[in-house]
Ligand binder design. Sequence first.
Ligand SMILES: Cc1cc2nc3c(=O)[nH]c(=O)nc-3n(C[C@H](O)[C@H](O)[C@H](O)COP(=O)(O)O)c2cc1C
Length: 220
Amino acid sequence: MELIEAITTRASKRKFKDQPIPHEIINKILTISLRAPSWANSQPWEIAVSTGKTSDIIKSRIYKSASNDDPGNPDFPFPVLWPEKQSKNMFETGKHRYESLKISRDDNDKRKEITLSNYLFFGSQTAIFIYMDENLGCWSMLDCGILLQNILLCVNDFGLGACPQAYLVRYPDVLRDAFNLSSSKKFVVGISIGYYDEKEDINNIYTSRNDLNEIVKFYD
Ligand SMILES: Cc1cc2nc3c(=O)[nH]c(=O)nc-3n(C[C@H](O)[C@H](O)[C@H](O)COP(=O)(O)O)c2cc1C
């Protein structure tokens, strides 16, 4: 797959098959992705790949917390108030998603079911977690973001699907427990990754972007 095709065809997938991904494939994806640039090649990221029984334990614990409306304590707090433009983008993306899935605005049960499926890795057995040391700051977070995009593009190139998820790091103590990490390790993001059925409506949502002229200005 050409780079431009990998970028333009990538879209988040949210329904995976219950099929394990061989470790060699994950290793190939991560070896390539770890070519990401970082501040002075500091390589601030650390990665935990959850599969098998570890995934079962994480999923059952975070699903239970989310079902009980536990707000969690993410290491990097979730934003509460978004500026108007970003709120509008998010509202329209949500509206488009639920319309595509033919779920009405007031079907709270169905919406909750979809939200909760976040905590089950959207049906996959595998999730990749990016974390970093507490002494690193926002520039290292930026580096982790570049790594995240590399992973998403490689996953697409390998014919697999992925969804980056803030929700997966909502209960970081569960992750530190599962991966035997000290409290000095802070979770940036999780990525569910798996095989998926292209015919599923939820795997066929292509989100829009603001027009170029709303975002880019040339200063000659
Ligand atoms: C940092 C980050 C966190 C995200 N968290 C979630 C999440 O918790 N759950 C989810 O379903 N999607 C999550 N997403 C996916 C976005 O909703 C998605 O990227 C966006 O709507 C654009 O759609 P696309 O990925 O299909 O282009 C996240 C994306 C990013 C980059």
